[in-house]
Design a protein around this ligand. Structure first.
Ligand SMILES: [Zn+2]
Length: 333
């Protein structure tokens, strides 16, 4: 054994003895059975109370957002009385949002294919849809609508005054006709009741005129502002800058707690002044991973980041569920 090793072993032995002594001395002290006076008990109780109070106040801050549970199927949240549940369904590079308000159900857009939305709605336990909204005639919004109409009892469908010649659009129109679904073209500012909530159609102003003068179908998007108590959700469809400017000029209340960033987070939507008018606490982007458009664009993400507005993306987080109790909106998934 080298000198170095001997020294090491000796040091180890000394440390071991020191620890043993310490432990045995603690044991000895305990054996002595020191009496704890009533003063010490009061101090101990006070200390416990202070610790408990501190935990009560500070623990939620450490825990932050409610835990997000990964699930196989769509996360299903049953609305408690007085609540509104808004589910941004992960349907890839497309839109489909389900709103449960009391007994009433609204579906805004229906994904790209029936297969992307119909099974999901079944898994969520949906049997009827009181109001369906096809924001505009593009396939990533109404592609699955015929399937939804054929599969569920749809009470009413709202569409903009814009017709398209695509298969998905014609299939939707056929389904509406075959199933006798009442179809309405809402006017800007029109108010609808939806269970314990209501909503306004804040756009378009005149879809037919927009399309006729060569505007984009995106700017014909029906934009819905859902109001529940002091909270609101703004569903912008694919409305781009011209539609956003028109909504601003219309003088309508655009304020919302949760805002869908228009057109899947494209740079052609979410004008800074529009975002300022909406003044959301939360932004949602419905977008598919590695989509060919490069959505969401960095400039859009920057617009929200500069305002400290957290952005939740379906490509990163999957289906998102928000619950409003009329005063606050909480993310449940
Ligand atoms: Zn779209």
């Amino acid at each position: 054994m080298s000198i170095k090793q001997t020294a090491k072993t000796a040091a180890k032995g000394a440390a071991k003895r020191a620890v043993t002594n310490k432990v045995s001395s603690i044991g000895k002290n305990r054996k002595k059975g020191q009496r704890i006076g009533p003063g010490k008990i009061i101090v101990l109780i006070l200390l416990l109370v202070v610790v408990a109070a501190a935990a009560w106040f500070f623990l939620p801050q450490f825990l932050g957002e409610p835990e997000v549970v990964q699930v196989d199927g769509p996360p299903v949240v049953i609305a408690a009385e007085g609540e509104v549940v808004v589910t941004f369904i992960d349907v890839g590079q497309a839109d489909a949002f389900l709103i449960q308000a009391g007994e009433q159900i609204m579906l805004i857009d229906a994904a790209r294919r029936p297969g992307d939305i119909v099974p999901v709605l079944h898994e969520m336990g949906i049997t009827k849809i009181d109001i369906a909204v096809g924001t505009h005639p593009h396939a990533d919004h109404i592609g699955g609508m015929a399937g939804v109409i054929n599969e569920f009892d749809v009470g009413q469908i709202l569409l903009p005054d814009a017709v398209h010649t695509t298969q998905s659009f014609l299939r939707m129109m056929d389904a509406i006709e075959e199933r006798n679904v009442p179809m309405d073209i809402p006017y800007q500012g029109q108010r609808f009741q939806l269970g314990n909530a209501h909503f306004y159609v804040v756009a378009p102003e005149d879809a037919d005129e927009t399309i006729t003068r060569g505007g984009d179908f995106n700017d014909a998007s029906i934009v819905v502002r859902l109001v529940h108590g002091n909270t609101a959700f703004l569903f912008t469809g694919d409305a781009e800058h011209p539609a956003e400017r028109q909504m601003l000029a219309s003088g309508q209340n655009l304020g919302a707690t949760v805002m869908l960033a228009g057109h899947h987070g494209s740079r052609t939507s979410s004008l800074p002044e529009f975002v300022d008018a909406v003044n959301p606490e939360i932004a949602v982007i419905s977008v598919g991973a590695h989509n060919k458009y490069g959505h969401p664009h960095q400039v859009t993400l920057d617009t929200f980041a500069e305002r400290n507005i957290p952005v939740y993306r379906t490509d990163e987080l999957g289906t998102l569920v928000f619950v409003s109790d009329g005063n606050t909106v909480t993310r449940r998934y």
